[in-house]
Design a protein. Structure first.
Length: 206
């Protein structure tokens, strides 16, 4: 990799290239772009990133991002607390919210079971989901994980953990292409999948 004999530039490029999807060339282009801007622009970017990292936490109830102990969705009295949509990550919350079809709460697992990647059930927020079902009077769990092998494995694991509790377990209708990540589904298809969700047990007969 080329060096501009500027340790400061090299350091900035090295840090930017650590971001997902950002290679060395892109990182260099971004760093040079910032150098061409007014200092205030770079300072504002740095300040916003520092403030984000310092002040954003995870909701103690659903594990969504939040600027307080409970996220805005958990604090919204208009949401139905009896229906909880289980998703893999925060991006999936944003994706489902964009459909305007889910009016309950969420539970963010923080990933899916993937032995090849060293991710086991204990690494995810599954135990806290079971606790919520037992303590919060939840009537329906919507399993909204991506229709991948890892997503289906996680769905089945959660179903087994909840099987003896008085809660309905549903899943998104399979209008979603098998193997696709949830965040790449268009809003119309995803919205219909939420509205037309089916009992999880029905998937055993597919």
């Amino acid at each position: 990799m080329n060096s501009f004999n500027s340790p400061l530039l090299d350091s900035a490029v090295a840090e930017l290239s650590k971001l997902p999807g950002i290679g060395h060339k892109t990182a260099l282009r971004l760093a040079l772009h910032l150098l061409r801007q007014e200092k205030e622009t770079a300072f504002a970017l740095g300040k916003s990133i520092i403030e984000m990292r310092d002040n954003i936490q995870y909701c103690r109830r659903c594990h969504n991002i939040s600027e307080s102990e409970l996220c805005p969705l958990c604090n919204d009295s208009r949401r139905d607390p009896a229906i909880v949509c289980v998703v893999e990550n925060v991006k999936d919350v944003l994706t489902i919210e964009a459909t305007h079809e889910h009016h309950g709460l969420y539970h963010v697992l923080g990933g899916v079971i993937s032995p090849l990647d060293g991710i086991s059930p204990s690494d995810l927020e599954i135990d806290s989901l079971i606790k919520r079902v037992k303590e919060e009077g939840i009537e329906e769990i919507i399993l909204a994980l991506s229709p991948t092998m890892e997503g289906d494995t996680t769905n089945f694991y959660i179903y087994r953990k909840l099987a003896n509790l008085p809660v309905k377990i549903t899943m998104l209708a399979r209008g979603l292409a098998i193997g696709n990540e949830l965040e790449y589904a268009d809003e119309l298809t995803l919205g219909r999948s939420i509205l037309n969700r089916t009992l999880f047990t029905d998937s055993f007969n597919e």
